[in-house]
Design a binder for this molecule. Structure first.
Ligand code: FES
Length: 165
């Protein structure tokens, strides 16, 4: 009988110890603000988004947000924007269908153009002095509020090659 009592007491002590540790861990997480840290991180992430205004061929303005590091092609895909024929080569610099036109001040912030991009741009329909390929432009915070104009038409160099073959 004494053995049963001793076992019950031991079980009770263990249970109490377990409850105390669990409570401490839970309140510790609460006290250290782990839950609010998560909320804070989510807030930071949404604050970290960059707003982009696309002007579609029909003049419609479409405002979306992307994360720094996303290309403009990524945003068009992620936001399921309906720009006919846009991004046909999926960013492999083989089509020029992601041609976009920018205001001068934005264009200056876009970074250098590679020779490969320039070669593709030369084949783009309606090329301007401030044209770039959307798959080669990655968002940065300094581009917040940028406007990207979709040209009136697209030229997919791959189709031209196919037709001439
Ligand atoms: S998506 Fe084809 S060159 Fe950009």
């Amino acid at each position: 009988m004494a053995l049963v009592t001793a076992l019950k007491r031991l079980a009770h002590v263990r249970l109490r110890e377990y409850s105390r540790r669990t409570a401490a861990a839970t309140s510790g997480a609460w006290l250290t603000g782990r839950r609010s840290f998560t909320t804070g991180t989510q807030t930071l992430r949404s604050d970290n988004k960059v707003t982009v205004h696309f002007i579609n061929r029909d003049g419609e303005k479409i405002t979306v947000k992307g994360s720094p590091g996303d290309s403009l092609l990524d945003i068009v895909i992620n936001e399921d924007l309906d720009f006919d024929g846009f991004g046909a080569c999926e960013g492999t610099l083989a089509c020029s269908t992601c041609h976009l036109i920018f205001d001068e001040d934005v264009y200056k912030k876009l970074g250098p153009v590679t020779d490969e991009e320039m070669d593709m741009l030369d084949l783009a329909y309606g090329l301007t002095d401030t044209s770039r390929l959307g798959c080669q432009i990655c968002l940065t915070k300094s581009l917040e509020g940028m406007v990207a104009r979709v040209p009136e038409s697209v030229a997919d160099i791959r189709q031209s090659k196919d037709e001439s073959a």
